[in-house]
Design a protein around this ligand. Structure first.
Ligand SMILES: Cc1cc2nc3c(=O)[nH]c(=O)nc-3n(C[C@H](O)[C@H](O)[C@H](O)COP(=O)(O)OP(=O)(O)OC[C@H]3O[C@@H](n4cnc5c(N)ncnc54)[C@H](O)[C@@H]3O)c2cc1C
Length: 411
């Protein structure tokens, strides 16, 4: 079943600047006009290059970047204390710090490019009803405080106060982190793509890429359904479709369906939140409507390793998952009883085995770069990894990309 459009695609600015005429050459060819490809093009263009961005869609942000929950949260996929256990303190802190730099860059870029209306500041409350997770969240609060990052554990009464509406008695409390951002995903990504274009990037939209070939002369040939482009460097930013062009990466990229439901506006304000290690999560839009997503592991084999359409933007929409999310809402937020769900949609996420993305050079193939598989967590990195990858592409060190993201770990 086709997914309906997201609330962002339905209300976002349209893009009228598509161009199917491809230049024969480009200094850097960026594949994919999601948040990753568009933001990388922005930083490359700011640095004086003339990147060419190719996407099969007629507009940027029609893939997952225009179908997500718009939460630009901080921290990696795992809670900080768990990341320290897994990766060691230095690497876990490098990942967390990257997301703090990202937050600052999101604010800097939206202010500089006239996109302030696409961004809001909020806070994040990770709730739990399990003693085991409560310990993990308390350890995370302590670890973040020790690293000088604002975070605190709140017991249920304080969490209720912070939440602005009731929470079930089963909730034990939550980890509160202030100063998080949320964006109107389509206004944000198309705004950055338009800024990239103003600064000199070119967009080839409605163009399907079929192969990336080593031209054996120090350049790369990008084969498309509209002709070929020869580029000095190529960056593959195709989310879950990355394995279609780079088959060596297919075994480590699992396509996962994500779905969201949106309610009518409610008269109270809530922060961004997650429950049970993000099993369910949500937030609130500027118009007061609530978003609720997740529940994907509740039915085995339904949402993971899903079939990825070659040309579509999302896996099949699951009415059953939408129904489960709709039913879960009043149980989690009692004051939403009777508030109608007005929209539901799906998108695809690309998970790696270690839940860290693939960002960096392809080892041994000079000029080939990857920026993909953000494991459901792309917005916290999109600015920082793009700015730093643009630096690496220009021959610099790009040191703020955590080493845990190196694609070479799987190659
Ligand atoms: C329901 C849902 C909720 C989410 N919520 C959040 C959230 O709140 N916060 C967060 O950080 N992350 C969230 N995510 C994840 C986030 O959306 C992704 O990490 C992010 O959008 C990835 O960006 P991207 O540019 O890599 O991918 P995309 O936006 O999918 O871009 C990839 C592009 O590649 C193009 N493409 C693919 N194959 C080809 C080809 N052969 N030729 C030409 N073009 C091609 C596609 O058309 C697409 O435009 C969510 C995801 C989903 C599905």
């Amino acid at each position: 079943m086709e997914s309906p459009d997201s609330c962002w695609l339905a209300s976002g600015p349209s893009w009228t600047q598509g161009d199917r005429l491809l230049p024969g050459r480009a200094d850097v060819c960026v594949l994919g006009a999601g948040v990753m490809g568009s933001t990388l093009a922005y930083w490359l263009a700011l640095a004086g290059l003339r990147p060419l961005v190719l996407d099969r869609n007629p507009s940027p942000a029609m893939g997952s970047s225009g179908r997500n929950a718009g939460r630009v949260i901080q921290g990696g996929n795992a809670q900080h204390a768990v990341a320290i256990d897994k990766l060691g303190h230095a690497e876990a802190l490098a990942i967390y710090r990257a997301t703090l730099v990202n937050r600052d860059l999101v604010r800097e870029v939206t202010a500089r490019e006239g996109l302030d209306a696409a961004r809001t500041t909020t806070s994040k409350l990770d709730l739990t009803d399990s003693e085991e997770e409560a310990l993990e969240l308390k350890r995370t609060a302590a670890a973040l405080q020790a690293d000088g990052i604002a975070a605190e554990w709140l017991d249920l009464p304080e969490a209720r106060r912070m939440f602005g509406t009731d929470l079930p008695d089963t909730v034990l409390g939550g980890l509160h982190r202030p100063d998080q951002d949320a964006v109107h995903s389509v206004a944000y990504v198309r705004g950055i793509a338009a800024a990239a274009r103003r600064h000199g990037a070119q967009f080839g939209l409605g163009v399907r890429v079929t192969a990336v070939e080593d031209a054996q002369d120090g350049s790369w040939r990008v084969v498309t359904d509209s002709g070929e482009v020869v580029a000095d460097q190529v960056v593959v930013a195709l989310n879950a479709w990355t394995g279609h062009l780079l088959p060596e990466l297919a075994p480590v990229i699992t396509p996962v369906r994500g779905q969201l439901v949106q309610t009518a506006p409610v008269p109270f304000r809530i922060p961004q939140w997650g429950l049970d290690r993000g099993l369910v999560y949500g937030g609130q839009n500027q118009d007061g409507s609530l978003l609720l997503g997740g529940l994907r592991t509740t039915v085995p084999n339904r949402d993971e390793n899903i079939e990825l359409p070659e040309d579509g933007n999302t896996p099949a929409f699951s009415p059953e998952l939408a129904e489960r999310l709709t039913q879960a809402l009043p149980a989690l937020l009692p004051q939403t009883t009777g508030v109608p769900v007005v929209r539901a949609w799906s998108g695809v996420m690309a998970f790696t085995p270690d839940r860290c993305p693939l960002v960096g050079a392809w080892p041994g193939r000079a000029g080939l770069w990857v920026m993909a598989a953000f494991s459901g967590h792309g917005m916290p990195y999109s600015q920082v990894v793009s700015e730093q990858l643009a630096e690496r592409i220009r021959g610099g060190a790009g040191k703020s990309i955590p080493t845990a993201f190196d694609p070479g770990r799987f190659l």
